[in-house]
Design a protein around this ligand. Sequence first.
Ligand SMILES: C[S@@+](CC[C@H](N)C(=O)[O-])C[C@H]1O[C@@H](n2cnc3c(N)ncnc32)[C@H](O)[C@@H]1O
Length: 210
Amino acid sequence: MTDAVRDSYDARAKEYADLFLDHLDRVPADRESLGAFARLVSPGAGVVADVGCGPGNVVHHLAELGVEAIGYDVSPAMIDEARRAFPDSTFHVGDLTCLDLADSSLAGIVARYSLIHMAPTRLGDAFREWFRVLEPRAPVLVSFFASNSSANHGLPFDHAVATAHELFPETLVAEMQAVGFDSFEVSTRKPMDDERPLDHGTILARRGSP
Ligand SMILES: C[S@@+](CC[C@H](N)C(=O)[O-])C[C@H]1O[C@@H](n2cnc3c(N)ncnc32)[C@H](O)[C@@H]1O
């Protein structure tokens, strides 16, 4: 599934970047969730990773908030777009379930709308990898299209680029909790007029202590 997602985003990377580079200017709720995440990152703690960073605007925004951030994306063409838009930031091609990072080396992880492209039965692979690379108590921010019932967890929806799935917030929390995350804050918002008709979910959590 990851190869198909990579190829799909490679084919439409420029189009996606043109559409979403200014996303945070248009969506105050997303700036607020990133602000809440940034406040949980310990000062001087080290680097935060945006996994599935797309065109790099969130990495840039975090830097503006005073958080040192790097971006990973499985799509090389998307990483090219990010490097072109933000040449002062650091971006790597990489899979969020298999990061080229040492244990306990990250001060936080942001994953916005990247988990939606995983096979729903494999989400635990991502959470286990994040637990490995995060420092104890480091924060995680996950954004996704939220289903309103557990029965719809994993339901595919019509996504312009690659197969994507609704995710039920409580199911994600249970899976993260099973791996060792805690201190969950869950929120959802209704779509704006120009957005697809699905709720947006956000989970802010912390990696537990070993
Ligand atoms: C819907 S876009 C979101 C991009 C950006 N986070 C944003 O908020 O605009 C999903 C991104 O996740 C990336 N992605 C999907 N699966 C991934 C994986 N397993 N590892 C790393 N990146 C992945 C895609 O290539 C794409 O750039």
